[in-house]
Design a protein around this ligand. Sequence first.
Ligand code: BGC
Length: 924
Amino acid sequence: MKSKLGVPYEGFAEYCRVVAREGIVLLKNEQNCLPIKEEEKVSIFGRCQIEYYRSGTGSGGAVNVLYSTNLLESFLEYNAGMVNEKLVKVYKEYIQENPFDNGGGGWACEPWNQKELFLTKEIVEEAKAISDKAIIVIGRTAGEDKDNLDTEGSYRMTEEELNMLKQVSEVFDQVCVVLNIANIIDMSPLEEYSIQSIVCSWTGGMEGGRATVDVLTGQSTPCGKLPDTVAYQLDDYPSNKNHGGDKKNIYQEDIYVGYRYFETFAKEKVQFPFGYGLSYTSFELSNVQVKQVGVIDKEATSGLHFSVTVKNSGDTFTGKEVVQVYMQAPQGKLGKASRVLVGFAKTNNLAPEEEEVVEFLIPYNRMVSFDDSGITGACCAYVLEAGEYVFYVGTDIRATNVCTINGKESLTIEDLMVLEPLTEALAPIESFKRIKPIVSDKGELTVSYETVPTRSIDLSKRIHENLPKELTSNVSEKIQLKDVREKKATIEEFVGQLDAQDLAILTRGEGMSHPQVTPGTASAFAGVSEKLRSYGIPLICCADGPSGIRMEGGLKSTQVPIGTLLASTWDEKVVKHLYNFTGKEMVRNYVDVLLGPGMNIHRSPLNGRNFEYFSEDPLLTGVIAKAIVIGIHESGADATLKHFACNSQETHRHYVDAVVSQRAVREIYLKGFEIAVKEAPTKSIMTAYNPINGHWTASNYDLNTTILRGEWNYTGFVMTDWWAKVNHISEGGNPSKSDLASMVKAQNDVYMVVGNFEAQDNVDEDNLMEAFDNQTLMLSELQRSAINICNYAMNSTAMNREFELFAAIEFCASKTLDNVEQQLVGDTTIKLENKRTYQFHCQKPGIYEFVLGYTLDLPDLAQTTCVLKLNGEIIGILQVNTTNGNFKSRVLCRKELEIGGYEMEFENWTDSFRTEQLIIRPIT
Ligand code: BGC
């Protein structure tokens, strides 16, 4: 039954290649440098041609793949005759002498760049003598728990890389730079040298190498578009001066993130604009027609219907184009960005001379602004201010033309229209100033500042007034969860029969690498106790993550391109289809929920996790996330939107407070989530590590209840991030990991994670039962979260799985050994003292439980894995975080042993993990 576990889904990798090439962005192409022709010879420079990055690091990149492709091998595979093999030898020898530095192999340890060969003129001239063109590969990773820095080898290029650009561009007439990058890096040096082509290939997953060669050689015409603005200088990004602190990050630029800032105030600071990307062919846009559909209201079905004819006007290459629509709203009283992306659509592949009419609706609700001060007369509402709304249609944010609506060059809104009156929520409690445009004497918009409105509501009163009603149950017979699914009972009746203790246990997810679900995954939750399972609540399995299923310990899966590349496709169809495959692979591996997509806004290019996320723009973010959720769901599994919300920085990620206005939160940071919740079957959301305006997201009532459930009508469940912190539900204050009462009160339903088999006994000593006893946490609040969890569980794939599939106790054969160190008699404690192999002899056949005692000295929230093998077979995976200097024990597994010898072997990820002791005890 489990025979296909760890077997990558057929055809998935091939489709990853298709998508990877669709997200590659051609940034420059002069003198017909690209595509490279079959008869041309190329010299490839840069070690990353071999050590080609396939993803970023951390939970969003850790996928065990069968193989991965690099640029060099892919070139050789395409046409070995094209490659200058002598130069390849130089790089291979260099790498042998200077191997890849993985920083010891631990969490967030890898140096972000690898030492590059310092090129001499001789090497380059020798290469030039036998080749026509040069390719320079510059690679850079990024990762969780570590921001990129404004230093060489991180955001900036190193001396060796700059030297490589200089030497090669001085000798070769045609040079193409390939940027194999997880996050945007400083591209300004590329302007200083004579470089004809620039290809941003991102990190394209396991098929990224092949996809890049497909584009370089013209087997595929580039059609990716930038999902972010590339500015010349890091300091040009308005978020930069507040990024990286340890306590707070003030979102002073407000809604002016990315292009919203640059197009409004600083056009000249842009090296490559938002939405930009070249092709090998050319396109003409014509016959733009806009029709008004329905009345102006907040409904998704009323808006402006666009129809645009796109023609491939080239004569050689087939290709795709992205039609983009930007809006310029009147400044009004609120102030607006000069351009806002309001709609887009990608064509199919068009042969030369071929045309396609693309059509799409831009709902009026995309044109609104949020008034958080009442300056328009409508406080805390989405409004359309009076004035002229101009629409620009084109192929990037700059290459556009104004389009006419009803024969006029704008849509006029006569008077203020309140499209959606809402309530104050998530307001800052600290006063600060934010950017607001003012019109200069020359009629240009310049930066000025205004004071942000702060919280005026009484949060405690809001929570109290909205307490749910307590459910009572008078059913005589035990109701099973499947009875609810079969409509024989209601979810209220079902939950009403659980006592407070059960409800508390239900909110604790266990992990990582739980032995009763798919090996090496992130968590098992819901049916975490025998009693809960006796009601038919299944044990649900969730696994990372945004770039493919993460299974530590060896099982293989398929790695898709990073989120930023997916967004660069600007194509929800291909992304959805890609995630149909992910969903199928999940079902095959008994993974019910994927911990992705990650969808935070690219606020600063330094955020270490930008690669997992999509864009600086909320619409593009929301559309791509929605495609992923639908794609997975169509295949029978579920996605998780994360990290809800404002996870803009990895430095001090579990402390740094996002100090942000309601307007920016709603228009920028929550908008993508809102789209995915309202337009896709989203059922699972993960909150972030950080606080927003003083309230940690996992205990943030306005985030999880007022907005998510109250305004957006979300009916799924919410989980925390792993070992997240929470603070007091209404008073805020310092965080802890134990105030789960505040978490439940906020309606963040599940805490991720307590240790395996530790939910029932509350080993981490959270305050749920204490708060229930002293009536600061009501039974009805526990019941409300239970309904969210059980509603999800009831429809999940886990309902159809036998619990015994992974929980069954398997037999382990003995062997003859010559160095037995200990006899297994009754409860046996083996002192390991960090020994990695150990032999024991079992004297009595039976079932034994293995409990590992260990210490782990790593920074908070760093993850590590240790695998235990018994006679060569993996029997336990321990995936944990720091023990803060303390000794901890974890049940690893239960096994049936026969009489005879057993050799244990521990494989650790990091040296800071110490195996102290192993208790092996018989289970009757
Ligand atoms: C990350 C999450 C991830 C979780 C489980 C955390 O460190 O922030 O995104 O899903 O670990 O691996």
